[in-house]
Write a protein that binds this ligand. Structure first.
Ligand SMILES: NC(=O)c1ccc[n+]([C@@H]2O[C@H](COP(=O)([O-])OP(=O)(O)OC[C@H]3O[C@@H](n4cnc5c(N)ncnc54)[C@H](O)[C@@H]3O)[C@@H](O)[C@H]2O)c1
Length: 256
């Protein structure tokens, strides 16, 4: 017996077995949730499909979140195969590598727009696609954010601005969808070594600072983050929406 037995969810953001989305998928699957996956472009298909199959996933669909037709096709397929949806995990972001170093002042217009489109607007677009499928039974939508939305983190730059937009989007979506018992929450994860994280200049130094200063005196694991996602996906968090929950070994509470 799992706490998500009979539930169906879709995971956006698996790139490989180090992805936060993959850790979350394993935790949800272990508690009985049936999962569908998406991948961003053909290059990721060969990595995501074999992983998804280990969890018994039957639907592994292409979805570049900048493409409205691909988003529509995903939810059409879910509607046809499942009829309804209980959960959605949005665990994706993108900024050009050159925007993730040096001064934020040098952010380009198109780099700003691209980072905000992929990393923040996509939550709105995916929530809009998922909501009609969640209306009958309620649902849970989870996104992943980072402390760089709240405080200046060297080199995080435009991604910090995108995460601020993402967190506020999650709150507005929570307000819109709350009457339908669809909850929207964000997990603000501490730094974890993933493909996306390695694109941030000086990422290793961030890990060292967290280990030294966080109350728990360590960095978080993928499992730490996945367990909070499980809580947010399940009825254990039935009264929680519009929240940004820090899973960061306490780093964000430390001042001087
Ligand atoms: N790793 C960290 O330290 C950390 C900390 C806090 C928050 N986060 C957030 O967690 C989420 C997952 O990142 P991760 O660290 O697991 O890295 P990851 O590289 O494993 O995952 C990032 C995902 O974004 C997807 N993506 C990029 N552009 C896309 C597009 N146009 N359409 C669809 N998908 C696209 C990639 O395919 C990839 O699967 C991101 O939102 C990231 O900002 C990461």
């Amino acid at each position: 017996m799992g706490i998500l037995d009979g539930k169906k969810g879709i995971i956006f953001g698996v790139a490989n077995d180090k992805s936060i989305a993959w850790a979350i998928a394993k935790a949800l699957s272990a508690e009985g949730m049936e999962l569908a996956f998406t991948y961003a472009g053909e290059a990721f298909e060969s990595r995501v499909k074999p992983l998804a199959e280990t969890l018994g996933a039957k639907m592994v669909l292409p979805c570049d979140v900048t493409k409205d037709d691909q988003i529509a096709a995903v939810f059409e397929k879910i509607k046809n195969e499942w009829g309804a949806l209980d959960g959605l995990v949005h665990s994706l972001a993108f900024a050009k590598k050159e925007e993730l170093k040096g001064e934020f002042l040098n952010t380009s217009r198109d780099g700003f727009a691209l980072a905000l489109d992929v990393s923040a607007f996509s939550l709105v677009a995916l929530a809009k696609g998922a909501a009609p499928l969640m209306e009958a039974n309620g649902g849970s939508i989870i996104t992943l954010t980072y402390y760089g939305s709240e405080k200046v983190v060297a080199n995080y730059n435009v991604m910090g601005v995108a995460k601020a937009a993402l967190e506020t989007s999650a709150k507005y979506l929570a307000a819109d969808l709350g009457p339908k018992n669809i909850r929207v929450n964000a997990i603000s994860a501490g730094p974890v070594k993933t493909l996306a994280a390695m694109g941030i200049t000086g990422f290793k130094a961030i890990l060292d600072v967290v280990e030294a200063k966080a109350p728990l005196k360590r960095n978080v694991s993928l499992d730490d983050v996945a367990k909070t996602a499980l809580y947010l996906m399940s009825g254990l968090s039935s009264g929680v929406t519009g929240e940004v929950i820090h899973v960061d070994a306490g780093f964000s509470i430390v001042g001087i």
